[in-house]
Structure formats: C-alpha cells, structure tokens
Design a protein around this ligand. Sequence first.
Ligand SMILES: Nc1nc2c(ncn2[C@@H]2O[C@H](COP(=O)(O)OP(=O)(O)OP(=O)(O)O)[C@@H](O)[C@H]2O)c(=O)[nH]1
Ligand SMILES: [Mg+2]
Length: 436
Amino acid sequence: MANKPTSGGRKPGGSTRHFTTDNAKAGFVASKSGGAYDTAKEQETAVLVSVPPRRQSEAQTTEYLDELAFLIETAGATATKRFVQRLEKPDIRTYVGEGKLAEIKAYVQHEGTSMVVFDDDLSPSQLRNLEAELLVKIVDRSLLILDIFALRAKSATSRTQVELAQYQYLLPRLTGLWTHLDKQRGGVGMKGPGETEIETDRRIVRDRIAFLKEKLEDLDRQSHTQRKARGGSVRVALVGYTNVGKSTLMNVLGKSDVFAENKLFATVDATTRKVVLEQTPFLLSDTVGFIRKLPTKLIESFKSTLDEIREADLLLHVVDISHPGFEEQIQVVNDTLSDIGAADKPVLLVFNKIDQYKPDDAEKDPFGEVLDAEDDGTAPRPPLAQLQATYMAKLHDPVVFISAQERTNLEELRELLGKRVAALHQQRYPYQSVSE
Ligand SMILES: Nc1nc2c(ncn2[C@@H]2O[C@H](COP(=O)(O)OP(=O)(O)OP(=O)(O)O)[C@@H](O)[C@H]2O)c(=O)[nH]1
Ligand SMILES: [Mg+2]
C-alpha cells in the first residue's frame, strides 16, 4: 500500500494524536532544529511543481517558484528541482498531466526526494491520487503555510488559531488512506481503516473544531476587553506582504525588540507598542504578513489577529521596493485587506528597502527616460523620484521611501506619520490633551 504508517504523525497544534500516513508526516511536525520538515537526521529535500496559466510570463513563473522555494526553506527543507507544466488549468485528477507525473516520479525515485510540493491547493482526491502515485509526502500550498504558522505561533490565541485551521484543512481529507486517529497502526501492508473508523475520525475532528472555536471565542472576548482598555489612543497597524520589513520598522519606530528575520512569516503573533510622535502618543501594532493564495480557512481562523488591523485608525502599508514583484504584492495586500473588511481604512504607503533598490540603467536611454520592460519580461525599475511622483499622483497622498535597516529617511516618515496621527487624534478625541 502506498501509505506506510510512519513514526512521525500529523500533529495539529500541540495535540498528541497521530495521523499516520506518509503524507500526513509532512505536516504539523515541528522538529528539534526549528523547521517543519527537518527530521533531525538530515535536511529533507523537496521537488516543486507548478502549473502556470499559459498567459503568465516566464519571469512571473520564476518569481512565484522562488517564493515557494523560500517558503519551503522557511519550513526547514531544501528545494532541489522545479517542474513546470503550462496548462489551461491543473489536471483534475493529478494536478499535472500523465507524462509530467511520470517524469516527476522518475526524478523523485532516482534522487530519493522526501516530498513533492505543489504551488496550489490540491483537492482531497488529487492529494490521494498523487500520494498513491508518487509514494512520497505530498504538500500543497495551504499545508506548507499552515506548517510555518504552526512553527511561528507563540501566544495561546495564535496557537489555537493555527490548530483550528489545521483541523479544518484535515477534515475533508480524512479518507480511506488515513489510519485511525488514536491508534498507531502496525507496519507495511496493514489493512486501512474501514468506513466506521473514518466516521469516528471525522467526529473526533469535528468535536475538536467545535472546541477550538469556543476556546477562540473566549480568548477573543478577553483580548477585545484588553483592546477596549487601550481606548483613548489612536491605533496604527503595520500591514504588508510577508518579509517586507514590518517588524524591522516596528523595532525602529517603537524602540522595541520584535523578532525580525529573513524568513517568511517571522511574525504570526500581533505585538503592540506605545509610540510618541509630534507629542501625540499612539499604539503601533505589528501584524502577520500576507501572501498570495493565502488559504481562506487560515484567514478565517486568524480573525482575532486580524481584528488588530480591522480596529486600527490608520494602516502603515509597508512595501519591499527591492522585490521585483512589489506592485503585485501591493495588490495582494489590498485584496486581502478587502477580504477581511479593512479596505476603507486610511493608509500611509511606506516603500522600504530602498538601499537594495537598483533602478534600471538610465544611461541606456539617451533621453534619460526609463525604458519599458526589457526582453527578460521583468518590470521596469524607474528612479525612485519618478516612482514617488507616480504613486503620489495616483493616490493623491504622500508616500515615503525609506530603509528601515539603514535608518534612511526615517525622519521624513516620523514627521508624516506624526502629522497623520495627530490629526486623527484631534478628530477622535477632540477634548483630550495629547501630552500624556
Ligand atoms: N536591505 C534591507 N533589508 C531590510 C530592510 N528592512 C528589513 N529588512 C530585512 O528584511 C527581512 C524581513 O524583515 P522583517 O522585519 O522580519 O519583515 P516582516 O515584514 O516583519 O516579515 P514577516 O513577519 O515575515 O511578515 C529581514 O532580514 C530584515 O533584516 C531594509 O530597509 N533594507
Ligand atoms: Mg514580522
């Protein structure tokens, strides 16, 4: 049978239950060395698979795969090979076509790769078929992001949120291939679970989901009370794509010590600091980063964390200007803000990492204008002054270009932010003195 029970099990949250298929082992297992996929023996290897639509450019496909490789690396494994198949849409049975699947299988068997990672979510039946065909762990985008979140979540709330999302992911995937939840079943060739057992598993998972939802409601009530107690202050939330420098900026502005790292989703728990600018105190919150194709279930279960954004008076939208896909990242963030009901918030756009931004070589163009997209399909990179003018004209609002790391232009940001906060304070609390 395809799925030998293994010693590592899918282990949502801190639960001791074991879901024992090979594929299950891919998920929810925090290792000793801090990665989701490291078995403490040797680094696990992964093959990446994507099915881009035909109209997607080469550059974009590479960029998305780079991001997937970064996610896998953050989870503690290494991507050793990429397989791309251009199709109108992914194959309903096996995501990629038959020929590509055979190619992947041959590679995985030859190289002894530990897992195959898909840049989309797989349906439960695609997951089953791929597992049966490839005989290694199958990881889809949701599972990968959930694993990283599980590694990063520290507070009771975020841990409960992740566990809820994990069980919600699991529920429709409890099928014939899953062995019974509570028992570690025997070796190769053991009979799979019968329908009754699957039903029992489903019931256990449903009960757990109900329990976690209740627990979150309790935690939510507590944090709502806490947040209300902070009333009287303007609230600003840092939002943005993952890894753009939100926590670094929080540390600089709030003189705090928030964990910042060159990994995706370094921050999963929201943190709040009191900051004073232009004699006005306000609360600044660092929040979880967004990413393209963020699993909907994860967004839903992260309600309490996202409330920090929903309840903010102003959003500091941080953008990594040095990233080739920064414009699309802005769009992803705006779309996600819409999804969570925070689209109408006032926003201050902050372009970060200017120290790493390299404009296109203006000398190439005798008129000093920036050339259009070059042959390699990458977006043009105009000088910063031009970008600033474009965005300010588009948004009818000032935007700031900084380097949080090199502390460049921070005074400009402080001044702009201070003015916005002071105005909001005046508007919100007209009778309250600001010099607390
Ligand atoms: N070159 C450069 N690197 C920066 C700058 N600001 C932050 N970084 C680096 O970018 C990486 C990500 O920074 P974080 O502050 O953790 O980013 P984040 O947005 O909080 O990321 P998540 O919490 O993962 O969503 C770290 O390695 C930082 O050192 C900058 O201005 N310039
Ligand atoms: Mg962060």
